[in-house]
Design a protein around this ligand. Sequence first.
Ligand code: HEM
Length: 393
Amino acid sequence: MAMSPCPYDLYAPAIDSDPFPIYAWLRDHAPAHWSERDRHWILTRYEDVSWAAQDWETFSSTSGNLVDEIPGRAGATLGSTDPPRHDRLRALAQAAFLKKNIEHLEAPIEEIADAALARITATRTFDFVTEYSSEITITILLRMMGLPAQDPREIRRKVVLSISTDKPARGRNQEQIDAFRWLAQFLEREVGTRRQAPSDDLITRLAEAEIDGERLSDREIIMTSATFVMAGIESLSSFMNLVALNLHDYPEARRRVVAAPSLMLAAVEESLRFNTSAQRFKRTATRDVTLHGQTIRKGDTVILAYGAANRDERKFSSPDIYDISRKPVGHLGFGGGKHFCMGSQMARFVTDVAMRRFLARVPEFRLTVPRDELAWISSSNFRSPVALPFEVT
Ligand code: HEM
């Protein structure tokens, strides 16, 4: 039987709106696939992606982990360094994620959520993205980092632009690069302020820290802080959007959570497997590796498709079903190995608190546009609807 043509194109709109049939094809027909046009490999099977994420000596991050890397970022952030420097940088930032610092966020989350819900239940039609998830994640993240409050819509616009790609250009355009520059300049001013007047926050900790007797450079402090802003805002608000969409698409699951709110954590965990906001990250091979009869050469770019690995039926039974009763142990929604997401506990906590609060006030809601007309952000790494126009029913 003739094999159907390969449907994979990282810059096709389908990668954003529905990558899962493409991933399934790759897992079955080309588990180590070379894209000649874009000159990268993509790995999609659970076993391969999980192994590559663990083996940082073979699959290095120092050339950057974003598929279309942002100029000036590679080598200066947690996600784009290898051990031993990576481990020291990670140890410095660890304190911000202690359980007590995370639990401290509960009251502020509830306060922001309640204000947003008062508006939502009054108007009854709303955009979940701008009026709920972004409001919460942006305010919380800025507070956690000790950054001054900003207009959440403007920050989201800049952050989404800075993680977006220009599909026809098959990479980043100037507007997207400028959006990241804006964020970097905002952080640069904040680093300058902390040098003058230290405070008890993550930026001061990075500014005062020493690795092997050396202070971090301004570029390292700014790029590392930018990673927190981008991950804390983009990955987290996008993820909350996907949880809301899953609970919309699967009303039985939603009703179970409404009846027993402690099930929200199970819904969050299954969403990380089923539909993570962090779909794909990049590595660079440091040696020749043979996989599925193909040779990945030293220096080749390799994309780890975490979102594809999470739908591999070799690992998870009936993977295309959203089932909050399953325990998706080992999912790669937060990646794996040395670069396993630093904000994983915070992300689970914020989403659990915010979504329980949401369902308590809005147990029934529906999209006001046809499901297949939702617009998706254009990104080679991340996944989120641009807007979720809901109506309280
Ligand atoms: C549900 C929301 C989130 C998802 C799905 C997510 C996902 C991921 C993934 C897949 C990675 C691995 C990247 C790689 O393999 O190169 C990662 C790394 C990272 N994430 Fe998250 N993330 C989320 C939220 C957050 C939050 C809230 C923060 C911080 C405020 C954060 C901070 C980081 C950092 C600093 C790294 C780099 C860790 C390292 O390289 O050692 N993330 N995240």
